[in-house]
Design a protein around this ligand. Structure first.
Ligand SMILES: C[S@@+](CC[C@H](N)C(=O)[O-])C[C@H]1O[C@@H](n2cnc3c(N)ncnc32)[C@H](O)[C@@H]1O
Length: 219
């Protein structure tokens, strides 16, 4: 339980460590800019930051969008949403913050052109987060997942234990299982990164059946 009485499973981020998300040294292992670049933004997109934490990436994404763009930063933790809202207000950023529960985002199907899920996939293991993300994404929309990668650096001081994180293959399989077409971007992030970069594209309706059959066959 956190100091504010929030009970969370062990795999979930401890809000007491929130300062680590904003630490300047994060730039040495998971810099914002290549992640924003991988979102392939043109400026008018709606982007959902799923598990937004303190809003570091939501603010970076907002800066890459024009006035027609929209950023919706969602998180399930009361404490993190309080931090998120304070940080967004301090930055005077046009980012909507939404506290969600049980992986339900109160937006219509197909709202999002892009969804960003950074250091989050391992936390939603066995939940229905990817299904909700698939619902939110428009056809051909893009989900960018970057997460700590199992087996990459057992000596690292930061991040969750290896037992609860995914290998890159495991992360890709989770996305395929949820019906995404998967691309891997291991070289897009800086060398030495403790992260796997996986992009899932929401297939257009014409390809969706085939993709789901492949997912079923591999399960
Ligand atoms: C390790 S933090 C990463 C925060 C942010 N993405 C970043 O990279 O700075 C993971 C965040 O995901 C949130 N989270 C975990 N499971 C979630 C869920 N099912 N729905 C929404 N947020 C979730 C946690 O509360 C936490 O703030």
């Amino acid at each position: 339980m956190s100091e504010h009485g929030e009970r969370r499973p062990e795999r979930k981020f401890d809000p007491a460590r929130a300062d680590q998300l904003d630490a300047p040294e994060r730039d040495s292992y998971l810099p914002d800019a290549p992640l924003v670049e991988l979102l392939e933004l043109r400026g008018e997109e709606t982007v959902v930051d799923y598990g937004a934490g303190t809003g570091r990436l939501a603010i970076a994404v907002r800066a890459a969008l024009g006035t027609g763009g929209r950023v919706i930063a969602v998180d399930e933790s009361d404490e993190m949403v309080a931090r998120l809202s304070a940080r967004i207000a301090a930055a005077n950023a046009q980012v909507e913050t939404v506290k969600i529960a049980a992986n339900h985002v109160p937006e219509p199907d197909g709202t999002a052109d892009r969804v960003l899920a950074v250091n989050m996939l391992h936390e939603v293991h066995s939940e229905r987060a990817l299904e909700e993300i698939a619902r939110l994404l428009r056809p051909d929309g893009l989900l960018l997942v970057a997460d700590w990668e199992r087996g990459r650096d057992s000596e690292r001081a930061l991040g969750p234990p290896d037992e609860i994180i995914y290998s890159e293959d495991g992360a890709a399989a989770e996305l395929e299982q949820a019906g995404f077409e998967v691309e891997r971007h291991p070289l897009a992030l800086r060398a030495g990164r403790p992260a796997a970069g996986v992009i899932g594209r929401q297939p257009p309706p014409s390809r969706r059946g085939a993709c789901n059959q492949a997912a079923t066959a591999s399960s």
